[in-house]
Design a protein around this ligand. Sequence first.
Ligand SMILES: [Zn+2]
Length: 201
Amino acid sequence: MINQLNRPYNYSLEESTCVNNSGNNWGSQTNCIKALKVAMNTHFDNHQNEKCCYCGLLYDRTGRGEVEHIAPKEVAKYPQFSYTPNNLAKACQLCNSSSMKHTYDSVSQLHQVYEQCEFKIVHPYLDNHLYHYKFNYGVRQVLIAVNNDSDKARESIRLFELDSEKRTRARAIERNQERLENLYNLPINIRNRIKRAVKFR
Ligand SMILES: [Zn+2]
């Protein structure tokens, strides 16, 4: 399961001023930009549950998470969206690596207003993931497939290798772990009742 994100980073007034003063430059080394990036990292860790915005897996399965520009920020691409809230989310190192997203141009049609650009991939914030992706759950694998003949889903699955055996298995492991954790979070009386039922079967 890859969840659609709904909590982009919200700049404080001071942070907006800082971004303006930096000339929208992501590489700026001023103290306020450094502090902003720390705050952003914490925000994404909390609201994404430490899961990658593209593959939906915990970032520590594939390495440390990194703040990612959905439309790449590099010069001659989209530096104007360097600090656009909907353009920023955390991705795992694998999805953000040079063989995958990195400098890949995810925009198919540019518009001045970020939200009106068209994207080639399923956008972490702007696209309804349940419309684009279909999931099939098993114990040892969680299969991902294209829903509604979505070209974006096809492109995301290709680019991030979402249907590779490794990712498929990793999704199943995570799902099973989450189910167990949910079980442990149940009130004690219900948990005991389930345990008893399982035992006497
Ligand atoms: Zn990922």
